[in-house]
Ligand binder design. Structure first.
Ligand code: SAM
Length: 240
């Protein structure tokens, strides 16, 4: 499977994802409110560098950026449609903004910058397990001394198979995403069925540890939608 295949639904059009998030079917309101709080807790507002991997249209992160402005924001995504919208949402943002069309794993593995916050929302589950391990290793290489990784994503229960996870998630979609027209709901279900490869929390934690990060801290969980915070293992564990 290529990254282009797994993101085709976002590349063709961004309107279906907009519909899903406008009805808060993936808990964007609660999750991004928590992300805003996390950024506010940093003491380097106006001075930190933030890399947003799989930024989409940056719609839900933009209010957080406005409250806790980074001195540099870079968003990376494979969907030109999403990036075109991101330009709109980020218009008027005071600091330097770069929006890059590209693969998130290639971007994090090739960055020559040091990042204080690496953020990624609902994108890493598209990577295969070995690619996720590479993702964590690359984060370990380019995170600043006091930097953190904020990982928002779907996560499997411990010892739950992918098949069992998918059965539950597709049921959740079909029972709850009632304002999505049936043909679009089926398109979304097919995307999840074909391209979602979430890991268990312990697997993500193990990958983080192997990359020199701490085991992470669960900031929130809404169903299968988690917000996890990782920092360097040399830092004391963070308790929020
Ligand atoms: C579900 S959307 C999430 C958008 C936004 N981060 C959010 O939280 O609402 C996933 C985004 O990740 C992007 N994406 C997925 N895999 C990617 C990859 N390998 N490289 C770059 N972007 C990727 C998709 O194009 C899409 O815009």
């Amino acid at each position: 499977m290529t990254s282009a295949e797994s993101t085709a639904i976002f590349t063709r059009s961004w309107s279906l994802y907009n519909l899903i998030t406008e009805h808060n079917y993936m808990f964007h309101q609660e999750i991004y409110s928590g992300v805003c709080d996390l950024l506010k807790l940093r003491n380097d507002s106006g001075q930190y560098h933030l890399l947003d991997l799989g930024c989409g249209n940056a719609r839900y992160l933009t209010p957080c950026l406005k409250q806790s402005p980074p001195s540099l924001y870079e968003g990376v995504d494979l969907s030109e449609a999403a990036l075109a919208e991101a330009h709109g949402y980020l218009a008027g943002f005071p600091g330097p903004v770069t929006l890059t069309h590209g693969d998130l794993l290639a971007a994090i593995e090739s960055t020559d910058k040091t990042w204080d916050v690496i953020f990624t929302g609902f994108a890493v589950h598209h990577l295969m397990a070995e690619e996720k391990a590479r993702f964590f290793r690359a984060v370990g290489h380019c995170l600043s001394e006091n930097g953190c990784l904020i990982l928002v994503d779907v996560v499997r229960e411990e010892n739950q198979s992918r098949e069992n996870y998918l059965e539950g998630y597709l049921k959740f979609m079909r029972e709850n995403w009632i304002k999505v027209p049936p043909d679009q709901l089926e398109e979304a279900c097919t995307h999840v069925q074909d391209y979602d490869y979430p890991e268990c929390l312990s697997t993500l934690q193990e990958m983080a540890r192997a990359a020199g990060l701490n085991a992470g801290c669960m900031i929130s969980r809404y169903g299968q939608h988690y917000t996890l915070l990782f920092a360097r293992s040399s830092l004391p564990e963070i308790h929020y």
